[in-house]
Design a protein around this ligand. Sequence first.
Ligand SMILES: Nc1ncnc2c1ncn2[C@@H]1O[C@H](COP(=O)(O)OP(=O)(O)OP(=O)(O)O)[C@@H](O)[C@H]1O
Length: 623
Amino acid sequence: MDVIVKLERCGLTTENKTNIPLDLTFHDISYTVGKGKNVKRILQQMNGTFKSGQLTAILGPSGAGKSSLMNILAGFKTTGVEGRVNLNGVERDLKIFRKQSAYIEQYDHLLQNLTVGEYMNAAAQLKLGNGVSQVEKKSNIELVIKTLGLSNNKQTRISRLSGGECKRLSIGVELFDNPAILFLDEPTSGLDSSSTLQCVALLREIARSGRTVVATIHQPSSRLLDHFDHLYIVAGGSCIYQGSPGSLVPYLRTVNLNCPSYNNPADFILDVASGEYGDVLPKLISTIENGRLSYEDPTATTLATPSHNNNECEGEIECDDEKMENIKDQLAYATPFHTQVSVLLERTWRSIWREKMLTKVRFVTHIVFGIFFGLIYQTVGNDASFTLNNAGMLYFSLIFIVFTSVMPTVVTCKYKTCAISMSFPLERKVLIREHLNNWYSLKAYYLAKLLADIPFQIIFPTLYLVIVYFMTNQPLSLLRFSMLLCMMIFTSLVGQGIGLVVGAIFDIQSAAFMGPTFAIPFLLFAGFFISFNSIPSYMKWMSYVSFFRYGFEGSMLAIYDYDRAPLDCFESYCHFRFPQKFLEKFDMAHSSYFLCVIGMLVYFVVMRVAGYFLLRFKVKSVR
Ligand SMILES: Nc1ncnc2c1ncn2[C@@H]1O[C@H](COP(=O)(O)OP(=O)(O)OP(=O)(O)O)[C@@H](O)[C@H]1O
């Protein structure tokens, strides 16, 4: 059989790649966490089949393992997992699977400052690719918005949507690329009964279009239960029932468990699963063979909808490796890298524009502190009696710049994406959801994030320096001003890099603490409080790795080196009248400005690369 035909039958082609119905089966899925004595077995050799065209509910008491199973099936959890997951009978390839499926988490991680229309637009741009015209994209957006019942909320900001509307939006944005399988973790949690019914009806409609829709559900009413085609019930990490909702009561009867009339079967099975009817779980597990079987009672009132899938792949499929790799690559993302970056950049800028408060605060702070420093160090720039004060002004200016660039990157405005996509730790949740659902690559996100903030890292230090430079009477030389500005901007960019690294590693609270703490050792070895030659030899290396040293040294050289004329002296003797002598005091007389630039450049690159890899690690570690 031709390889492409085989792949098509298994839903793996590039054309029409995502809308081929896919039946998902899993075999002997086990999941363990912890090591040594603390090892904990969460799922035990579970099996099951979720068919296309059907809406499946995973049910079970709290802690039964529903979310763990869902995460594994969605490919979000891979460590500690054993067993096989097949699509149309063929072992799934996780990279391809990401494109074929979408996972909607319990909590709606959405960018709160955008409107429904804007969020939809970004999703459509990223998911539909450049091959689809803008007109088609627009009509797709309209269709999805209409299907979701969000037509009246198109211009509404996400932060103002109700819980049900947010949930529908979370589902809708994943529909653009027509994923064959949709996983939803507790889509109805926090919704009232009418929103719950609306949401489940929507999922049923989606399933009817040939998709496989799987949702974990907490205590559904019997009315809600009837909206599902297939139930998969979990207890203690094993499957105790698989089949249609209507067959559940007859199935329980076969093991002498009689659901009282007028009782909600879902409540009854949850009681059974919680052990309220004795130790019947082993019997239930073995009757259904831990999910290997599906129970269908011929007298049941509801019958499961048949699978839409005619693409069962039988037997072994030998795929041409090279073709398979090409297909995987093409399936990676719908849009090229540059489109991803530009859509993300636009989205970030829109968020910044909406959330002006922090940008305004940063703007005002730089002006106010510029004037404040200017007043404190007024006219010290060319006065030989105050050279130490002037060095102090340079040093504290750098501290100010570094803190004002670290903090906005790690500090967050609760629930909101503050200016300049500040909320790195919070935004990470949006990133993880969107990235794992194949909207864009991590590199594209990271680059967009860096580019979005860079103008601020240039504008704010410039603003500050213009004020301070003239108020403190520094030498009127464009070259010196530019050299000093260059150091300030570099310091700001490195500070942002520190913020990214800390934000990528820690949660919000820890990041807010660690951001400034991380910068302190660098400040100590900058050469202001202790000159280079006074540092104990075994600690000198710390001075070499202190970006602050390069920043401070570069700033001092910009002001005092390059044959600067003697300073004004209004007293009988001024020890540091000659700038070179002043540089000697700081062991900087033979330093090179060029090397300082290189040092800062290295830091700039290292911090950004480290931030990227840490973020990648973090994203991987959630799986
Ligand atoms: N990383 C982990 N370390 C230790 N225990 C874990 C870990 N992940 C899950 N568990 C445990 O595994 C069990 C199943 O968790 P899971 O979240 O899958 O349950 P659930 O059925 O989705 O529960 P709920 O309905 O309350 O969300 C729970 O007892 C949970 O504490």
